[in-house]
Design a binder for this molecule. Structure first.
Ligand code: SAM
Length: 308
């Protein structure tokens, strides 16, 4: 059993990302997500996961000392213990492990990192790795070509992950200034962006180049696309100055296009007032997840994951 320590931004999105990439359903308990699959290495990809672990054992607060003393610690060289809300302090737990395993504590460069979660129900885990993605560096305000509607890079990364892409081409048919393309390209995927507005495509080009990655970029009305698409993420336009009626027409045309062309999964972000899941079903696709992304004063953005 593996464990992900998630951030508290969007727990449901964090769980959906993990389930999509691990290919198994997961169980969430507070800021931990448990899954019967290996999460090793996924901490480098997941947007809302701080670190991934193997679960060594679980115990109660009362049985903690006994469980530490009884566990067959397979420490290769040296170790460190870190705790989150543990009733017993890390130095004492370290002492139990040291006594049983005969290995030394190394606080700076340990080969084994034991993490102890929980206050009443205790989960003792061994670290696989920590998420070191530099999301803040890529925020809209830190890009050379700025655009107000671009989403936070963490959310963009989660959208890419929710398409389940492991290989193949990632497509954003409404790519704007390239926020989703940037995250997919940094993960090493071949990318294609389409937008109806050439000024935004120029911005996307500039942003991708600045971060040392690239994507095919095409000016087109993507509601008219006619090609097979495997992994798609898009943020539907909200259009200040455009009526809801006109936006709804665009949404309908875009989801019908996906209905004709989608072979795999599409992560679609949309405003709360639109019933995009209904459009997805009407287009002959099925809905895997409906998630809530974030709220401004007047607008909550939602995400639907559609699949063939
Ligand atoms: C919310 S923005 C996308 C933001 C982008 N995902 C990002 O992270 O920077 C929506 C984009 O859809 C584009 N768009 C609207 N209608 C379109 C259409 N029919 N075909 C292609 N692009 C379209 C707009 O030009 C706009 O750039």
């Amino acid at each position: 059993m593996d464990v992900a320590w998630i951030t508290q931004d969007f727990p449901a999105i964090a769980q959906a990302e993990i389930e999509t990439l691990a290919g198994k359903s997961a169980k969430q308990n507070g800021d931990l997500v448990f899954v019967e699959a290996s999460l090793k290495g996924l901490e480098k990809r997941l947007a809302f996961t701080k670190a991934t672990y193997t679960l060594l054992f679980s115990c109660t607060k009362k049985g903690m000392q006994k469980a530490f003393e009884a566990h067959d610690w397979k420490i290769t060289k040296d170790f460190r213990v870190t705790t989150s809300r543990s009733p017993l302090p890390a130095p004492l737990l370290g002492h139990f492990i040291k006594t049983k395993s005969g290995k030394q504590v190394n606080l700076h460069t340990p080969t084994n990192h034991v993490m102890v979660f929980g206050r009443d129900k205790i989960h003792v885990c061994q670290l696989h790795g920590e998420n070191d993605s530099q999301f803040e560096e890529r925020r809209g305000r830190n890009r050379p070509a700025k655009h107000p509607t671009t989403m936070h890079p963490k959310l963009a990364r989660a959208m890419v992950n929710l398409t389940g892409i492991k290989k193949g081409t990632f497509v954003d048919p409404m790519c704007g200034s390239g926020g989703l393309l940037l995250e997919a390209a940094l993960l090493g995927f071949t990318c294609e962006g389409v937008d109806i507005d050439s000024r935004l495509l120029a911005k996307a080009q500039q942003n991708l180049q600045y971060f040392g990655v690239s994507s095919k970029l095409t000016k087109a009305d993507s509601t008219k696309l006619n090609k097979k698409l495997s992994h798609v993420a898009l943020d539907l336009p909200y259009g200040r100055g455009t009526t809801r009626k006109d936006l709804e027409k665009t949404y309908q045309a875009m989801i019908s296009m996906l209905g004709r062309n989608l072979k795999g999964k599409a992560a679609i972000m949309y405003p709360h007032w639109a019933d995009v899941p209904a459009l997805v079903k009407k287009a002959g696709l099925s809905v895997c997840y409906e998630l809530e992304a974030y709220s401004h004063r007047l607008l909550t953005r939602k995400i639907v994951i559609a699949k063939r």
